[in-house]
Design a protein around this ligand. Structure first.
Ligand code: ADP
Ligand code: MG
Ligand code: MG
Length: 537
C-alpha cells in the first residue's frame, strides 16, 4: 500500500463519515447558538426585500413563517390551506387526482362548507360556488387561485409584517447576514480540479450540511485575467433557483482564495457514468430521466435569458440520490430576448453549426448540445466523431458538424430516441426542436415523465449511487497546482475580492436551515440557550 493510496483511503473515510451526519461536536455547537436579538435586526429590516413573492413565497424561511402566521389567524387560514391542497392536486398521480379535485371543491368551493373561501367577492365568488369538475381548471386553478394570492398580498401580508412572526423572520435575515469565513466549515477531500483551483467537499459546522467548495486562487485568477468570468459565474449562480442546476449557498474569501460553496454532487458526472462504469453507455430509462431533468434546467436558464453554452455529459453531475444538475456555468451568458451573439464558445464536439459558422445565435446552441449528449449517452461516442477510435482533427469534426447527416450505427437507438436527436440536431436553427417557441418536453421521448412531479423532486431516480463509494478520482491522481509567483494585489483587486464575498445566498441558506432542523431548533420557545451566537473560536 503506497502513501498516495493510504492518503486517499484516509481522505475518503473522513469524507464518507461526515456524510453519515450527526456528530456530537455539532450538537454541542448548536446548543450554544441563538438568533440575533430582535432589537439588533435594524440592518436586516432596512435591507430586506419588500415584495410578497420574495418574502412569503420564494424565501423558504419567509414562507414557513408566513404560513405559521396565517395558521394562527382563523380568518386567513383557509386561503393557504386551499393553495396547499391545490398544489397537492397539481402534483397528484393519475389515480388520486380526481378524488383530490372533488375534495377541494367540497371543502373550499361550496357556500355551506365551514371552510368556504369567504374572502372571494363578485364574479369569482359566484363562479367558485357553481364550479363543477369540468370547469375546475378554468375556475379554481385559474381565477380562484389568482384571487387567493391577491387576497394574501393585501391585508394578511400587511398584518404579517406587523406580527411577531415577521420579527422572527428579520432575526433569521440578520443571522443570514453573518460574515462567512473558512472557520464556518470543515474541509474534506478534493473532488476535482478546475481552471483556477480545486473543488473540495466541505461541511457546515453548525448544521452538518455537506457542500462542494470551488476555490479560485486569487493570484492565478489575476494572472490569467479570470476575474470577470469568475464574477459572472457567481452572479449567474446566485440568480438561479432550480433543482436541476447546482445552487450557490455561500460566496466568501480567504487570504488566498475566492470560494463558491455549491450543492455537493457526489454521484459522479455523466461522462464518468458513460465511460467508466460497467458497459459503455447508459441504460435508456436513465437517459430519459437525466434528459428530462437537463431539459428542465436548460428551460430555467432560457427563461432568464441565460444561454448555458457548455452542455455536455461532463458538466452534468449526480447527487447522492441520483438526481442530476447542470454545473460549471463559467461560459453562461445573458442574452436578452430579441438579441443575439456570435462569440465562439463551448466545447469542440458539442458546438452547434451556427457557432462554428459565426451565425448569430441565442438559446439554440444548448438544444443542439443536448442532442449530442443524448446521442453520446446511448452510443458512448459523439455523433460527428463516430465509433472509430483513431484521432481526428478538430477541423475534421467541425466540418462534419456543419455538413454531415447523423448516422445511427449503434444498436442502442430506438425510433423515438432517433427522432428527438434528429430534431435537436437540425442544422438550421429555425427547424430545431426547442427553437420555434415549442417545448421539447412535449416530445414522445418524455412520455413516461410527469414533469410537474419531476420538478417537485417526487420521481424516484432510476439509479442511486452506492453510499459507500466515492465517485471521484483518487486524491493522488488530482495534480496539485504550482504556486504562482510575482503577483501583487492592488486596491482594485481587494475591492473585487470584497464584492465577490457576499456570504450566504438567501434561498439556499434558508433551505439548509430548514432541512437540517436548525430552523425548528432555534425557533423552539422552550429551548434553553447557553452562549451567544455563531462565534465559537
Ligand atoms: P472549472 O470551471 O474551473 O472547470 P468546474 O466547475 O468544472 O471548474 O469544477 C472542476 C471539477 O470539480 C469538476 O470537473 C468536478 O469534478 C468537480 N466539481 C465541480 N463542482 C462540483 C460539485 N458541485 N460537486 C462535486 N464535484 C464538483
Ligand atoms: Mg469544468
Ligand atoms: Mg468553468
Amino acid at each position: 500500500c503506497d502513501m498516495g493510496a493510504l492518503d486517499n483511503l484516509v481522505a475518503n473515510t473522513a469524507y464518507l463519515k461526515a456524510q453519515g451526519g450527526d456528530d456530537r461536536e455539532m450538537r454541542k455547537r448548536r446548543r450554544s447558538l441563538s438568533l440575533p436579538k430582535p432589537d439588533l435586526c435594524v440592518t436586516a429590516r432596512n435591507a430586506v426585500e419588500k415584495d410578497f413573492e420574495s418574502l412569503c413565497e420564494k424565501q423558504p424561511v419567509g414562507k414557513r413563517l408566513f404560513q405559521q402566521f396565517v395558521t394562527a389567524t382563523p380568518e386567513y387560514v383557509f386561503a393557504t390551506e386551499f393553495l396547499d391542497e391545490l398544489h397537492d392536486w397539481e402534483l397528484a398521480e393519475a389515480d388520486t387526482k380526481d378524488k383530490t379535485k372533488q375534495n377541494i371543491i367540497n371543502k373550499f368551493c361550496k357556500a355551506e362548507s365551514s371552510s368556504f373561501l369567504s374572502y372571494l367577492t363578485g364574479e369569482v365568488s359566484d363562479k367558485c360556488k357553481a364550479v363543477t369538475e369540468k370547469d375546475f381548471e378554468e375556475v379554481v386553478v385559474g381565477k380562484v387561485k389568482e384571487a387567493t394570492r391577491a387576497f394574501l398580498r393585501g391585508k394578511p401580508f400587511q398584518d404579517y409584517k406587523a406580527s411577531l412572526f415577521y420579527d422572527k423572520f428579520l432575526q433569521w435575515k440578520e443571522f443570514e447576514r453573518q460574515p462567512i469565513t473558512e472557520k464556518y466549515f470543515y474541509e474534506f477531500r478534493t473532488l476535482g480540479k478546475g481552471g483556477f483551483g480545486e473543488v473540495c467537499a466541505v461541511q457546515v459546522k453548525i448544521t452538518g450540511q455537506m457542500y462542494a467548495c470551488k476555490k479560485l486562487d486569487k493570484k492565478r485568477l489575476k494572472k490569467k485575467r479570470g476575474e470577470k468570468m469568475a464574477s459572472l459565474e457567481k452572479k449567474t449562480l446566485e440568480k438561479l433557483n432550480s433543482l436541476f442546476i447546482v445552487s450557490l449557498a455561500y460566496a466568501y474569501e480567504t487570504k488566498t482564495h475566492l470560494c463558491l460553496v455549491m450543492s455537493l454532487m457526489n454521484g459522479g458526472d455523466l461522462k464518468y457514468h458513460i465511460y467508466n462504469i460497467g458497459e459503455k453507455g447508459i441504460e435508456m430509462d436513465r437517459i430519459i430521466y437525466y434528459t428530462a431533468q437537463i431539459a428542465t434546467g436548460i428551460l430555467h436558464l432560457h427563461a432568464m435569458n441565460i444561454v448555458y453554452r457548455d452542455m455536455k455529459p461532463e458538466n452534468v453531475l449526480l447527487d447522492s440520490k441520483g438526481q442530476c444538475r447542470l454545473s460549471d456555468l463559467g461560459l453562461a451568458v445573458e442574452v436578452p430576448a430579441g438579441k443575439t451573439i456570435t462569440q465562439k464558445a463551448g466545447t469542440g464536439a458539442y458546438m452547434a453549426p451556427e457557432i462554428l459558422k459565426e451565425i448569430p445565435y441565442r438559446t439554440s446552441v444548448d438544444w443542439w448540445a443536448l442532442g449530442c449528449s443524448i446521442y453520446e449517452m446511448v452510443a458512448a461516442y459523439t455523433p460527428f466523431r463516430g465509433p472509430e477510435t483513431r484521432k481526428m482533427s478538430k477541423d475534421d469534426i467541425q466540418k462534419r458538424i456543419c455538413e454531415d447527416e447523423v448516422k445511427f450505427e449503434h444498436k442502442g437507438f430506438d425510433d423515438v430516441t432517433k427522432d428527438i436527436i434528429n430534431l435537436f440536431l437540425k442544422k438550421n436553427i429555425d427547424d430545431r426542436l426547442g427553437c420555434k417557441g415549442d417545448d421539447p418536453r412535449k416530445h414522445a421521448f418524455f412520455k413516461s415523465i410527469n414533469f410537474p412531479r419531476l420538478e417537485a423532486g417526487l420521481i424516484a431516480p432510476p439509479w442511486v449511487p452506492k453510499p459507500n463509494v466515492v465517485y471521484a478520482k483518487d486524491t493522488s491522481d488530482i495534480i496539485d497546482f504550482s504556486e504562482i509567483k510575482g503577483i501583487e494585489f492592488d486596491a482594485k483587486d481587494e475591492k473585487f475580492f470584497k464584492e465577490f464575498s457576499t456570504g450566504a445566498v438567501a434561498i439556499a441558506w434558508q433551505n439548509e436551515m430548514i432541512e437540517t432542523g436548525l430552523f425548528d431548533e432555534l425557533n423552539d420557545p422552550n429551548r434553553c440557550e447557553s452562549g451567544d451566537g455563531l462565534d465559537d473560536e
